[in-house]
Design a protein around this ligand. Structure first.
Ligand code: MF3
Ligand code: CO
Ligand code: CO
Length: 294
């Protein structure tokens, strides 16, 4: 979304070539970010996405959503988390894509499945899904080199009152976070909207994991904390693509990491829920690359 950027003829070309704009991309159709896709609005080295990039991420996003739907269909009492992983792995590969988590920093599986007190990064394995569980499934696909990251928390069978409460608060947190995404607002506005709502509902916001730039890689700058102050942090500009993925606990916000070095659980054993979408900042607001109704 940087095709219509304003730059002087004698200024350095935004494509990063080092030449003057008039000697470089000015004569071409748009700014060629293929050479060096590092046009950043600031010192944070945020890589803005152009129209082709956005289309690529959108297509990866559609596949990520299909995979989430497929997982939901099979999410029944008695199924092992490893069975869901296998199913989704095969679906992604069959669609000429790659599951981003597999071998990412040593992560051993293709998706994350986080049940009840598991905040995030639950590794699929022998654990069996039971009636009444809440289960977050987090899927990132890489299609034609582009990444799209999304997750949902599902009820298994009939939810109890605590399950209903935490899932509803987490869902509303993502909704309120997304409502802040528009040019001129800041990363702090997103965190503020989420934190004030979650804490107002008597819940807590996990600090150790944050949303993130995404698209060319799994995790890019900027970080998107789900807490913060209005007006703080990086300003949002068109062409930024990042996730918002609040992890909300029914009890305290503290967490422990299990011996597998991945699984994050609430220290007090309380329920935790999460929803995640990949968002593009547009000229007048935002567009979800992994849109589902919240
Ligand atoms: N999908 C997670 C996120 O939302 C990251 C998982 S990292 C993994 O950022 F290695 F556990 F897959
Ligand atoms: Co993410
Ligand atoms: Co994710």
């Amino acid at each position: 979304m940087v095709d219509d950027i304003k730059v002087g003829r004698n200024e350095p070309c935004p494509c990063g070539s080092g030449r003057k704009y008039k000697k470089c991309c000015l004569s071409k159709k748009g700014i060629n970010l293929g050479k060096k896709r590092e046009l950043s609005t600031d010192k944070f080295r945020i890589q803005l996405k152009n129209k082709d990039d956005v289309q690529g991420i959108r297509e990866a996003g559609a596949l990520t959503l299909e995979a989430l739907d497929l997982a939901e269909v099979h999410l029944k009492p008695g199924i092992k988390t490893a069975d869901i992983d296998k199913l989704i792995h095969e679906f992604i590969v069959k669609n000429n894509a790659i599951p981003a988590p597999l071998n990412y920093k040593g992560y051993p599986k293709s998706i994350c499945v986080s049940i009840n007190e598991v905040i995030c990064h639950g590794i699929p394995g022998k654990r069996i899904i039971h009636e009444g569980d809440i289960v977050n499934i987090d899927i990132t696909t890489i299609l034609n080199g582009y990444y799209a990251d999304a997750s949902k928390t599902f009820f298994v069978g009939k939810p109890g009152p605590d399950a209903k409460k935490i899932v509803s608060v987490a869902r509303e947190c993502l909704k309120r976070g997304i409502s802040m995404v528009q040019p001129g607002n800041t990363v702090g506005d997103i965190g503020w909207a989420i934190q004030t709502y979650a804490e107002g509902e008597g819940c807590s916001v996990v600090r150790e994991f944050v949303g993130h730039g995404v698209g060319f890689k799994f995790h890019e700058p900027p970080q998107i904390p789900h807490y913060g102050k209005k007006g703080d942090g990086v300003k949002l500009v068109p062409g930024m693509v990042f996730t918002i993925e609040p992890m909300i606990n029914l009890g305290e916000r503290d967490l422990n990491i299990l011996d597998d070095n991945w699984t994050a659980i609430t220290s007090d054993g309380s329920l935790s829920a999460q929803f995640e979408q990949t968002l593009l900042v547009t000229d007048n607001g935002c567009e979800s690359m992994t849109h589902y109704t919240l």
